[in-house]
Design a protein around this ligand. Structure first.
Ligand SMILES: [Zn+2]
Ligand SMILES: [Zn+2]
Length: 356
């Protein structure tokens, strides 16, 4: 396919332009995707408002080779329109893409930890992504969307894969008492991953409102208002012992202190949220109680993306999370700016084929 396409192009903070650019030409092992939905998240909003942080505008990215203005978008689904070489996908298939590209040759890839590949790069952050009519991606990052799964639902596969990966990293065992701090989109994807993997008793903490009712609908046994003394409430609910696992998914710097105060001796705290300011962590209390502090990033395509599509096909998650579907040209006003305002509880999807 040749010609031009509409694309959102990131030129710097508060500078996304809608341009006609050449349709990308897939290389060997790549597929050309006609993008149908591209979800946007806090990472995109941060790049737009305060970036560039990860976009290689001025310095060539060592793994992707990209430099200069870039098409964002790392959460996308679409139709395969062209493939080059021997790939597992074929033209006409509807597929969901993972966000990260791994080399397949380094020690981390050999360990199956493709999300921490030594030459990892992320589509839409380090190389052109899905906020355009077309995107070319390595075919190994793609998974077929199950028949009948609406695009508005399939469009959440990538962030749900991130939540599922976090849930795996949490090291939860059946019967554990788990706390998830944060019931926004990220916390909700983590909750969905947890309830999919384990029979754990999950408590979710956030400000009172629809986010907490959504958490209960998705299987949270208990919700607590972040305005109350949540440490006392968790200790109360666990006969003074504390939670076996606490997952911080709010990104509020003060919540790490709460997480350490409410986790049981020998328990585990998983960092998912990315606070803007550096949180204070009491290493003394952490060591004396042998608390494991761990983290999680992105997802492992082979482990997380397929199951994420299955979860979306089985349950009400996507219906409960969908906020809006907008055309490409509305990306800034009704997309990124709303995310920056912090008033969006769910997911905004962009449909690059829709005309405003
Ligand atoms: Zn994202
Ligand atoms: Zn690698």
């Amino acid at each position: 396919m040749t010609g031009t396409m509409r694309a959102a192009v990131y030129h710097g903070a508060h500078d996304i332009r809608f341009e006609d650019v050449p349709v990308p030409v897939p290389r060997n092992g790549e597929a050309l995707i006609a993008v149908r939905r591209n979800g946007i998240c806090g990472t995109d909003a941060t790049e737009w408002a305060n970036g560039p942080a990860m976009v290689p505008l001025a310095q060539r990215h060592p793994a992707s080779g990209h430099i200069g203005p870039m098409i964002p978008g790392h959460e996308f689904v679409g139709e395969v329109v062209d493939v080059r070489g021997d790939t597992a996908v074929r033209a006409g298939q509807v597929v969901a893409s993972g966000a990260g590209v791994w080399c397949g040759a380094c020690d981390r890839c050999a360990q199956g930890r493709t999300n921490v590949c030594r030459r990892y790069y992320t589509l839409g952050l380090n190389a052109n992504g899905g906020l355009a009519e077309y995107v070319a991606v390595p075919a190994r990052t793609l998974r077929a969307v199950p028949d009948g799964l609406p695009l508005d639902h399939a469009g959440m596969a990538q962030p749900l894969a991130v939540g599922l990966h976090a849930a795996r990293r949490a090291g939860v065992k059946d019967g554990d008492r788990v706390v998830v701090i944060g019931a926004g989109a990220i916390g909700t994807f983590v909750l969905a991953g947890l309830t999919h993997l384990h029979a754990a008793e999950v408590t979710v903490i956030d400000l009172p409102g629809p986010k907490l009712s959504r958490a209960r609908e998705l299987g949270a046994a208990r919700t607590l208002s972040a305005r109350d003394d949540v440490v006392a409430a968790v200790l109360d609910a666990t006969s003074g012992q504390g939670a076996d696992v606490v997952i911080e998914a709010s990104g509020a710097p003060t919540q790490y202190a709460n997480a350490l105060a409410m986790v049981a001796v020998g328990g585990r705290v998983l960092a998912v949220g990315l606070p803007k300011e550096k949180p204070a962590v009491d290493m003394f209390a952490l060591a004396l109680r042998e608390i494991t502090l761990d983290s999680t990033v992105a997802h492992v395509c082979g482990e997380d993306l397929g199951p994420a599509l299955d979860i979306l096909a089985e349950g009400p998650l996507a219906t409960l999370l969908l906020d809006d579907v907008i055309p490409l040209e509305h990306l800034v006003e009704t997309g990124l700016a709303r995310l920056v305002s912090g008033l969006v509880d769910g997911k905004i999807l962009v449909d690059p084929s829709a005309r405003p």
